[in-house]
Ligand binder design. Structure first.
Ligand SMILES: Nc1ncnc2c1ncn2[C@@H]1O[C@H](COP(=O)(O)OP(=O)(O)OP(=O)(O)O)[C@@H](O)[C@H]1O
Length: 328
């Protein structure tokens, strides 16, 4: 795909367009250090509309601020203005929804799916530890590397709960309380993770609908078939966990970290505590048998107030009916 661009970012060489989202056009580029990156350039329309510009700025700031092995790594960026951009890690296979589309309906082997889910649960554990909510967990926003490890991206709608932010979400993944008009929370992210568990382990989303209203009714009133019925290779424990994540009442859902631990146990591993670096103190010396540091965790700088994320319709990229028009 070669799409025209009229903005050059000093030090970056653009090679080809990787994809187009609602907010930006994403290029494969070489950065000043000679590294291949995915370079997000906001559309002109994004820069013109204040809410959209703030959403992009929010994504830039939080992506550069957060450091976690399962959150897409940000390298450099400028949040606002004509020179706005975000350089992030490049994933040659694209987003998970694109990878799944290429697999033509074949489900991932359960162990591979559970590994991805544990990685995403780990990313959510980190965000929730910081007091943030992602709000837009879905296959479009997950990237998988060549080793089969997942990272959560697209922090445009992420905000710190204590500071407030606009509620948003994608109808296939949105928790019942969000349909009711309540605020997002760690529990509503966990609900979206429950949807993702169904999707990756059974090959289908648990709730279907031809309109926003049908989806709303499904999320609020229906209960999906046990995952073990849809895929006998899924363990009872994981099947039960997915049901708990989809509890209608937010207070009845497990925390992301409990899901992470249960998924790792299902893989036969002993889950360790995640340790997050305090950016103001030097890293502690790790003792044998104690907590394992799994990466450069913790914000890379003291947290600053994020811009209020924009709430806007999301494009249905596959064409046809667009259930995302009625986003909250
Ligand atoms: N890090 C990456 N590595 C490889 N491809 C990427 C990467 N980031 C984005 N892409 C490609 O670019 C497309 C558009 O990216 P994305 O959905 O993040 O755009 P956006 O406009 O910022 O988001 P939104 O549509 O949610 O506003 C993706 O579907 C994917 O094909």
């Amino acid at each position: 795909m070669t799409e025209p661009h009229n903005r050059a970012i000093a030090g970056y060489t653009l090679h080809r367009s990787l994809g187009r989202g609602n907010t930006s056009l994403v290029w494969l580029a070489t950065d000043p250090a000679g590294r291949e990156v995915a370079l997000k350039l906001p559309h002109e329309e994004t820069l013109r509309v204040q809410e959209a510009a703030e959403r992009f700025g929010n994504e830039v700031r939080l992506t550069l601020q957060f450091r976690h092995p399962h959150v897409v790594q940000g390298y450099a960026g400028t949040p606002f203005g004509l020179g706005a951009f975000l350089a992030i890690r490049y994933y040659p296979d694209g987003a998970l929804n694109e990878q799944l589309a290429r697999s033509q309906g074949r489900t991932l082997p359960p162990a591979a799916a559970i590994r991805l889910l544990a990685d995403v649960a780990s990313a959510l554990t980190y965000l929730h530890h910081l007091g943030a909510v992602h709000q837009d967990l879905k296959t479009h926003n997950i990237y998988v590397d060549g080793a089969g490890r997942a990272a959560l991206g697209d922090l445009g709608n992420t905000y710190f709960v204590a500071q407030g932010g606009q509620v948003s979400g994608s109808p296939y993944y949105m928790a019942p309380e969000i349909y009711h008009g309540e605020s997002s929370s760690a529990a509503s992210d966990v609900y979206s993770l429950g949807i993702l568990m169904y999707e990756l382990l059974s090959g289908q989303r648990p709730y279907q609908g031809n309109t926003y209203e049908e989806l709303m009714v499904a999320h609020m009133t229906r209960f999906p078939a046990p995952l073990t019925h849809l895929n006998p290779a899924v363990s009872r424990g994981v099947s039960r966990l997915a049901e708990q994540a989809l509890a209608k009442r937010p207070g009845e859902r497990p925390h992301a970290d409990a899901i992470r631990r249960a998924l790792l146990s299902d893989l036969g591993e002993t889950p360790q505590d995640e340790v997050y670096e305090d950016p103001n103190t030097p890293p502690p010396i790790q003792e044998a048998g104690k907590n394992i540091r799994v990466g450069r965790h913790g914000p890379s700088q003291p947290r600053s107030a994020p811009a209020q994320p924009e709430v806007k319709p999301e494009q249905e990229r596959s064409g046809g009916w667009n259930p995302f028009k009625r986003r909250k």
